[in-house]
Design a protein around this ligand. Structure first.
Ligand code: PRX
Length: 573
């Protein structure tokens, strides 16, 4: 990759961090004193993120600033504490216990966050679901985790196949017209009105599980990545040093809490640091986004490359209609951040955009461009203090600078996932080289210790920053009556990073047509989610397969990119 100059530090950032010195001397244990449990020994992340601010006199500060044209609402830390206590009491009433899984399938409304902390307060494991998930995506996740309670809205309820979800004991509906005829349907508003605001959180162990996020790999259905309360240490400290959160900040993270960025940095990092958190649901729209920044006087803004590229495409003229002078610090995550976007950001916002790198499994930021660092556009930055990243070969040997290899992190760190739900074998695969977590990304490190992303080493697709497993899409495709076989790959795309492309062979009696393509696309969209539906479908008489019948995505990719197909000795015929 071309290294295109450097962008010098513009803002002073958090004065506490002198990166080069801190990186050598930093010890994670030094962060523990920031939490009440270092004194009391009683741990619950919900307490540290919400209740503690009330106990320490910050109860009247705005915690949640809901930014929606139809419903302007602000909640203080005191109100968040009271509401989440109420919800915890509702869950207790229905016998939800420590370790139970409670899922939340809801748009980003204030009730989402109340429920979220209520679940954590009873010591249960919270499972946030992306609001755009359709029936099958919802079913797979609830069934795998054997969740006993689901919180959802009347609009989304039809996508929950309750008859097939035997573990589900109760469904809590956030809506006005709730049919109580069915005894496992509970009305959120009715119960909340009756519930007490009293009660202490369930004190748990730091290592007890707190949250489960489903994410995709190259094979099999999405897997449940489990994080422990202990992750708060890293959420807090990266919030301080990477997001540069200061008490008076107004922060906006654009990610949905169905994805890990939307919880680690949309919920935990800002509230552990006690800042005002802007919450905005709805779809992407350049004008609405600028309005959100302007109206709320956002100071720290965490977003993603696809959104930034779309804002860039919307034109610089639009930006002149808004006063964005409140912005102090901009960050990005999820996909490679183009140098071009960084240069555009300098021009239109007058600020550098700081890339950060991490994954669902890592729980929090591991590599970043700090406010105090020079940025080399195109590089993900340097490891966080206390994190040792390296480029290793397939035997676990560290490679010298400028050689491409596996991006690996020395284990452990505070927010590292603690298990893959009911799948210890999958978990172990990440740690197959002793002492290392293997990310699945390829990268290189330059002489100055900056890391440069090169690509994924597996078949995982990253479309608009959303991680999609080809297997999940292929499984859905072959359920369509016309589809005999399907192979799915990520195809490079200038705006979305990648788009999903499906190669499909048809069953006898079906003829290729544009209508059929559209019908198949809709079928995946209605079954899984819009972002998982292939934007392109190509019909083929036959798909390349191994003798054991496995579709060779590598060959499909080579076809697509016009590259040599490589070793075909395992091909079926
Ligand atoms: O390939 C890397 C890419 O996103 C993957 C992780 O996806 P997910 O678990 O959904 O988490 C996304 C946000 C935490 C990584 O394996 N990725 C993440 N950040 C970057 C990135 N690729 C390039 N540059 C980044 N900064």
């Amino acid at each position: 990759m071309l290294q295109t100059g450097r962008l010098p530090v513009q803002t002073k950032g958090n004065q506490l961090l002198d990166y080069t010195r801190t990186a050598e001397t930093f010890d994670w244990r030094s962060v523990e004193s920031a939490f009440s449990w270092s004194v009391t020994g009683r741990v619950n992340t919900a307490y540290e993120a919400i209740d503690r601010h009330v106990d320490e006199g910050r109860g009247e500060q705005i915690a949640l600033q809901y930014s929606d044209p139809s419903r302007n609402e602000q909640l203080t830390f005191a109100e968040m504490k009271a509401n989440s206590n109420r919800f915890a009491n509702v869950l207790r009433k229905y016998n939800v216990k420590k370790g139970d899984r409670v899922f939340i399938f809801m748009p980003r409304v204030p009730e989402f966050y109340t429920s979220f902390f209520g679940v954590i307060k009873v010591g249960a494991i919270v499972g946030p679901l992306f609001e755009a998930f359709m029936e099958e995506a919802v079913k797979d996740r609830i069934a795998d985790s054997e969740a006993s309670v689901l919180v959802t809205t009347p609009d989304l309820l039809p996508r929950v196949p309750r008859q097939e979800l035997h573990s589900l004991k109760h469904v809590i509906i956030v809506g006005n017209d709730v049919d109580h005829g069915n005894d496992n349907i509970i009305s959120y508003y009715k119960e909340m009105k009756e519930a007490s605001t009293d009660g202490e959180p369930e004190w748990v162990d730091r290592e007890d599980p707190m949250i489960i996020h489903y994410t995709s790999g190259s094979t099999g259905k999405p897997k449940g990545v489990v994080h422990a309360h202990n992750a708060m240490i890293q959420h807090y400290q990266t919030g301080k040093w990477v997001l540069d959160l200061q008490p008076e900040d107004i922060y906006w993270c654009t990610a949905d809490p169905g994805w890990v960025t939307g919880t680690s940095y949309g919920i935990f990092a800002p509230w552990l640091n006690g800042v005002t958190n802007v919450i905005r649901g709805g779809r992407f729209s350049p004008g609405d986004w600028y309005q959100t920044l302007e109206k709320n006087k956002v100071t720290v803004w965490y977003s993603a490359p696809t959104a930034l590229r779309m804002l860039m495409a919307a034109g610089d003229e639009l930006i002149r209609n808004y006063d964005l002078s409140s912005i102090r610090h901009i960050l990005s995550v999820g996909e490679p951040l183009n140098p071009e976007v960084i240069r555009w950001g300098m021009k239109v916002y007058g600020k550098r955009i700081h890339d950060t790198w991490w994954m669902t499994e890592t729980g929090a930021i591991l590599i970043a461009n700090y406010p105090q660092m020079e940025i080399k556009p195109g590089s993900m930055g340097k490891p966080f203090p206390g994190i040792r990243a390296a480029i290793i070969d397939d035997e676990g040997n560290e490679l010298p600078p400028n050689q491409m290899g596996n991006l690996a992190i020395q284990t452990p760190w505070p927010s590292l996932m603690r298990e893959i739900w009911k799948n210890p074998q999958k978990y172990q695969e990440y740690f197959r080289l002793k002492g290392w977590y293997i990310s699945g990304d390829s990268a290189y490190m330059d002489e100055e210790g900056y890391f440069w992303f090169q690509g994924r080493l597996d078949d995982v697709i990253n479309t608009s920053g959303e991680r999609v497993g080809p297997f999940e899409v292929e499984s859905k495709l072959v359920e369509h009556p016309a589809v005999a076989e399907a192979g799915v790959i990520g195809k490079p795309d200038p705006v979305r990073g990648q788009i999903i492309k499906a190669f499909v062979s048809l069953r006898d009696g079906y003829q290729p047509s544009d209508e059929l393509k559209e019908e198949i696309r809709q079928f995946v969209k209605n079954g899984l989610a819009a972002h998982a539906a292939p934007r392109e479908i190509e019909f083929k008489d036959k798909l390349p397969k191994t003798r054991s019948g496995k579709i060779m995505r590598r060959v499909l990719k080579a076809w697509e990119l016009g590259l040599p197909t490589g070793d075909l000795s395992t091909l079926e015929d």
